[in-house]
Structures are given as C-alpha cells and as structure tokens.
Design a protein. Structure first.
Length: 324
C-alpha cells in the first residue's frame, strides 16, 4: 500500500500529480472550522503533510501518530513547532531560494511605490484631479543614491541588495544575526547595529523570519530612531512589528510612509486603522505569489514530502538551528 500524504492547501495539479506517483493523497483546499474534524480524521494515518500556513504543534501532532514529514510550501516556518516535531522524530521542510528573486522584485516595487507615491497618484489621475491644483502636490522622494537598510540579510535580503546596488546605486546597510560576507563583497553592504541602521537609512526593509527574538522587533523606540523622511517596508511577517506603534509613527509623521505585505492578523480586519492612512500601501501577503514561483515552491515541497515519506533525506530539512 502506498503511504498517505495529506494536502491541506491548494498546491496545484502538477505538484499533486508528482506526489501521486508515489503516494495516496487526500486534499483539502484549506482547513477551517467547517472541515477541521474531517481533516483531523484524515491526519490519523497520514505519513506526510504538505501545505502552507497550518499551525503544527504538539496538540495537532497528538492526532498524527504515523506522521514522518511536514512539508511547508513557504520559506518561513513560524507555523511549525520545530522542537515538538524534532521530539517526535518528524522531519520538517521549507522552500528556500526558489522565491528569493520574486519576493525581492515585489519588495523593491513596494519601495518604489511608496517613495514615488504610485498608487496615490494613480488615484489622483483616475479621480480627474490632474490639471487642478499645484503640481508640487505630486512631488515625491528619490530612490536612487539613497541609503537602504535591510534587516534580515538572507537569500531574499541579498536579492534586494543586488537590485539596490546595481539598479539604483544605493548605499546598503544591513543587520543580521550573522555577517553576510557574500553581500558585503558583491554589493558593498555594510553591517550595522539595529539602532544605527534605523538612524541612517532612508528605506528600512524588514525581511527577517519571525522568531521569539524578532517578535515586535520594530516598536515605538525603533520607529522613533528612523528619519522623518524615511519609509518602512515589511515583507517578513506581521508579528515582527508592533502595529499600533507603526500606526502612531505614520500618523504623527515620525516616518514618511510604509508599504506592508504582511500584517499581525491576516486577512487584515477592514477596520484596522492602518487602512485609513494615506501614506500606507497595503498588499495581501503576495511576496512569492507569481505563477512561476508558486509552481516552483509547490514542486520543491512535493519532492520534499515524497522523500520524507519514502525515508530519504529531503533536500530542505529544517533543524532547530537552521539558518534562515
Ligand atoms: C507565503 C511566505 O506565505 O514563503 C513564505 O514564507 O511568506 C509566502 O511565500 C506562503 O507561500 C503561503 O502561501
């Protein structure tokens, strides 16, 4: 009998077909209160679990006695309790690298969109305001030759640095758990302490994974350190930011603007006060969401889950001290 893989979010036909060459599959488009019971029933004899975003912790694992592998279709794995998985000898995998360039493209787009006020000015034209009022109302901020500060210089951070250096002649500062010599050599990135990076940067880009250490990394004090003319771009996880502190910093113009792809609560509540600010650009967590990259992520995650259930070492195993 083939081992069973439980698919808990949409991974596409190609990735599903790949898994089906080796395994039985049961698929759920998403798991919520309406189908949680049915999902838990299927989990009982599943050897592999694949999808994006499900909280996998001790409580869930108690219902998964046969589980050998949890394959995340994402690079971030803050949804997984790695200690709990490790204790049970269950492998966890993610999808690093294949999304770096795509996420960097979007983050740079967000940076340009805030600095040059692209969505706001698009609205201006469409509302028929062009030709009325003073042209200086449209003025925005330069990007080229400015200083970008990247917090979290992993694969995505490095891809952002490449764009900043070669596309926009920017000065690059970074803050990371460990030094990134590659980025220092190739893109002339300079290491800074977090406070120094915040003080010196015109654009602060947050790309760090969510861990206990990075939870609410950006709070009242941190936003105060930023220049009044600076922009904040978040492509990591919403919980790395104290959202009420960000709201205050934007409202009181301690910083000039922000572009956010991630939020404390997703989907964001439409009453969230951040949505009322004109100097905020919001996106629905789409950093990696292109046809090409989501396919590459799904295929990599499918290979990982198949390797895991067949007892081979998957390509992207996560260990407790994996560098992210
Ligand atoms: C999506 C991401 O969250 O890879 C990550 O960590 O944030 C994104 O790619 C993920 O793929 C869920 O759809």
């Amino acid at each position: 009998m083939k081992p069973k893989v439980l698919i808990y979010s949409k991974i596409g036909r190609k990735a599903t077909a790949y898994i089906q060459q080796y395994c039985e599959t049961v698929s759920f488009d998403k798991v919520d209160n309406s189908n949680r019971q049915a999902f838990m029933k299927e989990l009982k004899d599943a050897a592999g679990l694949i999808g994006a975003g499900l909280r996998v912790d001790e409580e869930l694992l108690q219902h998964a006695p046969e589980l050998k592998i949890v394959s995340n279709v994402s690079v971030g794995y803050d949804n997984l309790d790695i200690q709990a998985l490790g204790k049970r000898g269950i492998t966890a995998t993610n999808t690093p690298d294949v999304l770096n360039e795509t996420v960097a493209d979007l983050l740079f787009g967000m940076l340009l969109a805030s600095a040059r006020r692209i969505p706001e000015l698009d609205g201006y034209v469409k509302e028929g305001k062009w030709g009325h009022g003073d042209e200086s109302e449209w003025f925005s901020s330069d990007v080229h030759h400015k200083t970008i500060g990247i917090i979290g210089m992993g694969g995505i951070g490095t891809a952002i640095a490449k764009r900043a250096r070669f596309g926009f002649d920017m000065e690059i500062l970074y803050h990371n758990r460990t030094r990134n010599e590659d980025a220092e050599l190739k893109y002339e990135a300079m290491y800074r302490s977090l406070p120094d990076l915040l003080k010196e940067s015109d654009f602060v880009v947050l790309m760090t994974p969510l861990t206990k250490e990075t939870e609410k990394l950006m709070g009242v004090e941190e936003f105060k350190l930023m220049k009044n003319s600076a922009f904040f771009i978040n492509g990591s996880r919403g919980k790395t930011v104290d959202e009420s502190a960000l709201f205050k910093a934007l409202q009181e113009q301690e910083i000039k603007g922000a572009a956010l792809d991630v939020f404390e609560e997703e989907p964001i509540d439409k009453k969230n006060p951040l949505l009322r600010l004109p100097n905020v650009i919001t996106l629905p967590h789409v950093g990696s969401a292109t046809y090409e990259t989501r396919l590459a992520m799904a295929m990599l995650a499918a290979e990982n889950v198949v390797d895991g259930v067949l007892g081979k070492e998957p390509k992207n195993s996560i260990t407790v001290d994996s560098k992210r």
